[in-house]
Design a binder for this molecule. Sequence first.
Ligand code: SF4
Length: 337
Amino acid sequence: MSVAPRTDGVLVDRFGRVARDLRVSLTDKCNLRCTYCMPAEGLPWLAGPELLTDAEIVRLVRVAVERLGVTEVRFTGGEPLIRPGLVGIVAAVAALEPRPRISLTTNGIGLDRLAPALRTAGLDRVNVSLDTLDPDRFAQLTRRARLDAVLAGLAGAAAAGLNPVKINSVLMRGVNEDEAPALLRFAVDHDYQLRIIEQMPLDAQHGWDRSTMVTAEEILASLRTRFVLSPDPAERGAAPAETWLVDGGPARVGVIASVTRPFCGDCDRTRLTADGQVRACLFATEESDLRAALRAGADDDDLARRWRTAMWGKRAGHGIDDPTFLQPTRPMSAIGG
Ligand code: SF4
């Protein structure tokens, strides 16, 4: 399918999808050790000089916003809250014209302390990862006894005026899949928006097994044991989550079913890693190096052109169902949500 080249300079791919949503991984490090993400001992972290500096991150985001039509910027990790310059980076991005909407995906640890400063700096909304409300199960799943800190982070985000405050939950068979209704009850009672995510083959150990993945069908069936779910009249657009009204609304719940109900046809995401690589897709097996060009003195036009080229080659979808599917070598912890 040939797509007419666009003259407005946006990040279009050969299928005509336009990327407006930039995900920026600020670090590959994390202060949790979730079993479905990385081994207990952690991973060989990116070395300091490999990481983009705060100024380099802001410059690349500026190029994306001013020249490539990006309107949404999401900061991720690893764990973005452990990046010392986070508040300054958010403030600099909020000062860009046109101002992008700014969000953050975090495990919530320390968010109660940082939320007011992040809100003042320009952060609009936040997604907090939480897979269980049981302290023992939390410690088992993350190898850290920090559930209280995550719950405090959620409350701190709401108190600081971040809106919406969303919860991202991954369910695993025989581990926490029984908690879907309880997580939704908790979210509704606290005015958080729950997103339940099908586990994806992005773990560092390459141990993903489709049979242990809890499917969207199973998630919905579990939620329907306690709630009435009705179709959400709101437009979905390119949003990863399919949403339902809970008990007639206004509360909503979302399911992100990348594996069983892929949404790649409407994908509007582009990604920048903490070491300055563009990834056209979460499951990309190739990357384009902007850091080297930037450090070699490339100007903004050149960086923008390289980014467009990287996105033009984006594949139609993740290909998880293809017999030739290859899990990316870069783990989720170094790509970000
Ligand atoms: S898998 Fe890739 S193409 Fe599909 S929605 Fe995610 S980022 Fe987009």
